[in-house]
Design a protein around this ligand. Structure first.
Ligand code: M6R
Length: 619
């Protein structure tokens, strides 16, 4: 949430700051701003807060301004304190305008700090927590240099921050600091530096990237970059491994990134499987789990899996928990934000806590994983972003290899996570003798056929668009699924909510009669996920109950099923799979397309859903 970029170099920086913001826009897009400083310590500032068009409008403003300077910091905002107004937009400054900063994070002791600063005479002009940090540094900067003032100010902040700070008195310097929120530094060479919240903004300049860890500072000048702890101890940093294969982050002719990423899924599944499936042996090779002897020994001892994740990743994890149970390993999924508070009882020596995350940065999931590690559980990650925070915390893990996902609504991340979870089922199932050779071979054969089957679902794009147009004015939806299709119902409903703003609830089909059925009438559409599988008859009965209430029905089923053809004109048929547990890989694609076209039909931009950001780095 919120993207920071900064530049110190030998070139005019305004264009480079804007280019960085464009790359980081997925982290927040409700306002954007930047400040550039000249060698004499003069500042020029530009801000825009025009909703999803903020960055475009900022670029227009900046184009019209001169903004000379070779040092600057910039920010794209996902608001926590104060609305998306220009006044709340970063950068923020001290009372005398001599210190400017940008911030990603949350100042939790906002009220106390604000009162203390106002009592001392500071004039606070925005509603943000960020502005307080500028005043706090100003308060400390009496007769000392910026670094000393920053080191004195930071311990007074409770909460999370990634900060980039510049100051008139030291016009050849950016100070950066971090606690919890991510911050990376790219050494471009010849004493040029770029800082950013995500490597995607740095990689066009350099692969020499270093990471600031918690309670560390970076002091960047044209003479070099020094790293220190908040106490002032010097640090030596090693270059980090980052995902240099960011892939194409342009739309490549698709109208939106979300649609492009939906269409990438056949390739993604092929990539997830590449080199991992041992078809003859009916086994899978997961190098990430074979890290060392210790990890291998721990994995053999595991008899319980606890998945922690958020949003879409949680739904993938929920399905994953079904897969582990299928091979006799006790498993459950928890929302990461609730995990700490639900006081789950487990024996850490025999438990794998499995974090599922696209970004590897989600604050709630990181907290849950930290807690599990502290208790001594085996921490395992299923993560997409190479080198992200979770991948550095876990004891071992598996990359989902989905490539860079820009769309705020996760699509290919979900199907790649499901594929990895299916491979984990195969891995443990075969290791522990809970899956026979033939079953292992069948699963592999099905995974290998999946890209072609997905293409067949994608070929139904026009049909699905039509259905979405028909329902675009609906105000509510109920999504129903049973067994493996239940997490798909939850995910389908989430997709619809986040991009089309239509209220949707995902429900277990069998649970409908215990309450939600009361809502159904001819104005309350239901999307039912009903592949022909071992529980098809039960799901079908639930769908009949919906039809009897005259609720409009959209059914996602398999090609071998004509049971619904007379019941509704809105039937989407996906290819059959021999192993029912893999059907979500296909049914969900239909629901992703449906959500996408609902958003488009309602005149919305699915790539920039309101109030959302791609990486949720606050708890
Ligand atoms: O990066 P993560 O997978 O950890 O993110 C988790 C959720 O924030 C994410 O899945 C969110 O729910 C998406 N916007 C869903 O489309």
């Amino acid at each position: 949430m919120c993207g920071i970029v900064g530049f110190l170099g030998k070139r005019q920086v305004k264009e480079h700051l804007l280019q960085g913001l464009r790359k980081l826009e997925y982290r927040g897009y409700e306002s954007a701003g930047l400040v550039v400083m000249t060698a004499n310590g003069d500042f020029s500032v530009a801000k825009a807060a025009t909703g999803v068009e903020s960055l475009r409008d900022l670029c227009l403003k900046v184009d019209a301004l001169e903004m000379p300077g070779m040092i600057g910091i910039a920010h794209t905002r996902w608001p926590t304190h104060g609305g998306a107004t220009e006044n709340n937009c970063h950068p923020h400054s001290s009372c005398d305008g001599s210190i400017w900063l940008v911030h990603n994070g949350v100042v939790e002791n906002f009220q106390e700090l604000r009162k203390m600063l106002v009592d001392k005479g500071h004039k606070i002009i925005s509603e943000t927590d960020t502005e307080l940090v500028a005043h706090l540094i100003e308060e400390e900067m009496k007769g000392v240099n910026l670094e000393t003032a920053v080191r004195a100010a930071l311990p007074k902040i409770v909460g999370s921050f990634a900060l980039a700070i510049i100051c008139r008195a030291e016009p050849d310097k950016i100070i950066i600091a971090r606690r919890t929120s991510p911050l990376l530094i790219g050494h471009i060479g010849a004493n040029e530096f770029i800082i950013a919240s995500d490597s995607v903004a740095i990689l066009p300049y350099t692969k020499e990237i270093y990471e600031l860890h918690d309670d560390e500072l970076g002091i960047i000048t044209s003479a070099g970059c020094e790293y220190k702890t908040f106490n002032g101890d010097e640090l030596f940093k090693k270059m980090i491994d980052v995902d240099t294969e960011l892939g194409e982050v342009d739309k490549l002719g698709f109208p939106h990134m979300m649609l492009k990423e939906i269409f990438e899924q056949p390739d993604v599944i092929a990539t997830v499987c590449r080199g991992r499936l041992l078809a003859d042996a009916g086994k899978v090779k997961l190098g990430g789990l074979e890290k060392n002897q210790d990890v291998a020994a721990r994995l053999r001892e595991i008899d319980r899996v606890i998945v922690v994740a958020c949003g879409t990743a949680y739904y993938a994890g929920l399905l994953g928990s079904y897969l582990f149970n299928r091979i006799g390993i006790q498993a459950e999924a928890h929302l990461a934000s609730e995990f700490l508070y639900s006081q789950v009882v487990y024996d850490p020596r025999r438990t794998m806590v499995l974090a599922v995350s696209q970004s590897g940065e989600t604050a709630d999931t990181i907290r849950a994983l930290e807690e599990a590690k502290m208790r001594g559980a085996l921490a395992v990650g299923i993560v997409n972003r190479v080198g992200s925070r979770m991948t550095r915390m876990d004891d071992c893990g598996i990359y989902t290899r989905a490539g860079f996902e820009i769309g705020v609504a996760s699509t290919k991340a979900f199907t790649s996570q499901l594929s990895v979870l299916a491979m984990m089922m195969l891995y443990f199932g075969r290791e522990r003798g809970k899956m026979a050779l033939g079953e292992g071979q069948l699963l592999i054969a099905e995974l290998l056929k999946m890209p072609d089957k997905m293409k067949k679902v994608l070929a139904k794009v026009a049909e699905i668009e039509k259905i979405a147009q028909r329902f675009s004015q609906a105000k509510n939806f109920l999504y129903l699924g049973r067994g493996y299709s239940y997490p798909v119902a939850l995910e389908g409903a989430l997709k619809l909510k986040e991009v089309s703003y239509v209220h949707a609830e995902g429900y277990a089909s069998g649970e409908m009669k215990h309450g939600p059925i009361a809502m159904l009438d001819e104005n309350f559409p239901v999307v039912a996920i009903a592949p022909r599988d071992s529980i098809f008859d039960k799901t079908k009965s639930n769908i009949m109950e919906v039809a009897a209430r005259r609720a409009p029905l959209v059914v996602v089923t398999t090609e071998d099923c004509d049971d619904f053809d007379q019941m509704t004109e809105f039937v989407i048929k996906v290819p059959t799979v021999e192993m029912g547990c893999l059907s979500p890989l296909l049914t969900v694609v239909a629901l992703q397309l449906f959500a996408y076209y609902m958003a488009v039909a309602r005149g919305l931009n699915p790539d920039k859903p309101r109030n959302l950001a791609k990486s949720v780095t606050v708890e």
